[in-house]
Design a protein around this ligand. Structure first.
Ligand code: PMP
Length: 361
C-alpha cells in the first residue's frame, strides 16, 4: 500500500463479499440453491412493467420514489413519508451505518448475522461487535450485555440468515426497550414475507422511536437481479437517511417492476405457500438421511452435518451433481450447508443427491 493509496483504517478488514456462482465447470444441468432466490422468479406483472419501462431509458428517474413508496405504503398500511427506497436492502444498511456510526462507534449484531452488517460498519469507519447466539437463535440477553455507550446500531434479521430461525415480537420489544439511549435497533425483514401474517416489525417501528425496519424485493418478490429494497422508520430518521442517499439511486425500470410486484400480493401468497410446503418436505427428507436442521421460517434451511469435513465433502458432491448450495463457514457455522428451498424438482434432486452422498460414505 503506497502512502497515497491508504484507506481509512477499517477498510482493509473488509473481506470481499462472495456471491453464489450459478455454474459448475463441465456441467450444463445446474441448479443454484445458494443465494436464497425465489425459484419461481418474479411475477409476470413485474416482468411486464420492467419491459415497458425500457421505452423511457433516456429519462432520469424520479428522485423521491414517490410512486413506489405509495405502493408499498398501501400494501403494508404504512405512512409513505416514513419509507426510503434503496438499491437492495444492502444499500439501506449502508445508509444507516454511514449516517449513524462513525469512528469510535460500535455496530452490534449476532455471531451468525448477515455479513453486510460487518462490511457496512467497517466501511463507515465504525467497529463491528458480535454477540453470541443461543443454539443458532438470536439471544436478546447477549445482545443487551454486549451494548456499551458506544453502541449506535444493533442489527437483527428476523428471520435470520443463515440460521433461518426467528424470535418473537415480545423478545424484539424487550431488546428495543433495553438499548442504551444512543442505539437504534434495525430489524432486517428480508425474509419477513415467508412468515404468514408477520409485519417484519413495522408495528414496533410505530410504537418506538428507536426502531427501523429494512425490507427487500430480492427474496419472495424474485427481483434480486434488480436491486430494490426499502426501509421504514421514524420520520426524522428517514430524513437523515435521505441526505446520505444519492438522488438517482433507483432507476425508473427498477421502480416500475417493484410497484407491479408489490401490487401482486396473490403471487406473494402463492410463493409463500409453496415455500412452506417444500421447506417442510426438504427438511424432513434430509433429517431422515441423518442431516438435521433447525425449524426454518425463511426460504432456506441450514443443514447440519456431523463435522466440517462432512459438510465440505457433501458440498463438493452436490456440486458434482450440478447442485450449488452454500457453505457457511464464513458465518462461523463450519459444519453446515445453507440450502435454498427450490421448486419441487430441485428439492427432490437435493434429497436424492444427499442420499447418494451418504450411501457413498
Ligand atoms: N438482509 C439479509 C438477512 C439478507 O439475507 C440479505 C440478502 N442476502 C439482505 C439483507 C440483502 O438483500 P438485498 O440487498 O438483495 O435486498
Amino acid at each position: 500500500m503506497t502512502a497515497r493509496i491508504t484507506p481509512q483504517p477499517g477498510i482493509m478488514q473488509i473481506d470481499l463479499y462472495q456471491s453464489g456462482k450459478a455454474t459448475v465447470d463441465g456441467l450444463s444441468d445446474v441448479v443454484k440453491l445458494s443465494s436464497n432466490e425465489n425459484p419461481f422468479g418474479p411475477s409476470e406483472a413485474a416482468q411486464e412493467a420492467f419491459v415497458r419501462a425500457a421505452h423511457e431509458l433516456h429519462r432520469y428517474p424520479s428522485t423521491d420514489h414517490a410512486e413506489l413508496r405509495q405502493a408499498i405504503a398501501e400494501v403494508h398500511n404504512l405512512d409513505p413519508e416514513r419509507i426510503i427506497c434503496g438499491a437492495g436492502s444492502d444499500e439501506i444498511i449502508a445508509f444507516l451505518c454511514q449516517a449513524f456510526a462513525g469512528v469510535g462507534d460500535e455496530v452490534l449484531f449476532t455471531e451468525h448475522g448477515f455479513s453486510m452488517y460487518r462490511i457496512s460498519a467497517l466501511a463507515a469507519g465504525a467497529t463491528p461487535v458480535e454477540a453470541k447466539e443461543r443454539e443458532r437463535v438470536t439471544d436478546v440477553d447477549a445482545l443487551l450485555a454486549a451494548c456499551t455507550d458506544k453502541t449506535r446500531l444493533v442489527f437483527v434479521a428476523n428471520p435470520n440468515n443463515p440460521t433461518g430461525t426467528m424470535i418473537g415480537g415480545n423478545e424484539i420489544a424487550r431488546l428495543a426497550d433495553g438499548l442504551p439511549p444512543k442505539a437504534l435497533l434495525v430489524l432486517d425483514g428480508a425474509y419477513a414475507e415467508y412468515v404468514e401474517g408477520f409485519d417484519g416489525g413495522a408495528g414496533l417501528v410505530d410504537a418506538r422511536d428507536n426502531v427501523v425496519m429494512t425490507r427487500t424485493f430480492s427474496k419472495i418478490y424474485g427481483l434480486g437481479g434488480l436491486r430494490i429494497g426499502w426501509g421504514y422508520g421514524p420520520k426524522p430518521l428517514i430524513d437523515i437517511l435521505n441526505r446520505v442517499r444519492g438522488p438517482f439511486n433507483l432507476s425508473q425500470a427498477q421502480m416500475a417492476a417493484a410497484i407491479a410486484a408489490v401490487k401482486d400480493q396473490d403471487y406473494v401468497t402463492k410463493c409463500r405457500v409453496e415455500n412452506t410446503r417444500l421447506r417442510a418436505w426438504l427438511a424432513e427428507a434430509l433429517a431422515e438421511l441423518g442431516v438435521p436442521s433447525d425449524t426454518s421460517t425463511a426460504n432456506f434451511i441450514l443443514a447440519r452435518f456431523a463435522s466440517e469435513e462432512e459438510a465440505v465433502a457433501c458440498d463438493a458432491y452436490l456440486k458434482s451433481q450440478g447442485i450449488i448450495v452454500r457453505l457457511v463457514k464464513g458465518y462461523k457455522l463450519p459444519n453446515c450447508l445453507r440450502i435454498t428451498v427450490g421448486d419441487e424438482s430441485s428439492c427432490r434432486r437435493v434429497a436424492h443427491a444427499v442420499a447418494g452422498f451418504k450411501e457413498a460414505r
